[in-house]
Ligand binder design. Structure first.
Ligand SMILES: [Zn+2]
Ligand SMILES: [Zn+2]
Length: 138
């Protein structure tokens, strides 16, 4: 189905405005039966001051993607800056730090272990890699 820009008359101010092909496609997608009745300035005036028409839900929603979850190790509630993968353990910052740099049993191999965890970015079973990749170093 093809759409072409159409000229409509605003019900509020009586001015003409363009119902663009893109907007028609949007209306068609949403299965809206009626044409828009008002021009954008009038529509945004009704929606409230400062609301930009066509800004989308992203502008009104959360700016950051923080996901609330429970730490798989200690069980405290924590937030992670990414969407946890289903079925994979999520660690809080503390447990993650403890896992990454074990404070106990500081053997000669400790440094090698850290390197191993850090380098395991391609391993699907490595939680540390996911956290390392997504978490900002605060
Ligand atoms: Zn108008
Ligand atoms: Zn924890």
């Amino acid at each position: 189905m093809e759409f072409v820009d159409r000229l409509l008359t605003c019900a509020d101010c009586g001015g003409e405005f363009i119902f663009t092909a893109g907007e028609q496609l949007f209306f068609f997608d949403k299965q809206f039966k009626n044409d828009p009745k008002r021009c954008k300035p009038c529509k945004s005036k009704r929606a409230g001051v400062g609301v930009k028409a066509g800004a989308g839900p992203a502008a009104a929603g959360l700016s950051r993607t923080e996901t609330r979850t429970e730490c798989s190790a200690c069980g405290i509630e924590t937030t992670v800056p990414f969407k946890p993968t289903q079925g994979r353990p999520v660690l809080c910052r503390q447990c993650f730090q403890a896992k990454r740099a074990p404070s106990t049993g500081a053997l000669v191999t400790a440094a090698g272990t850290v390197d191993m965890v850090a380098g395991k970015t391609g391993d699907p079973g490595s939680v540390g890699a996911e956290l390392l990749a997504a978490a900002p170093q605060a």
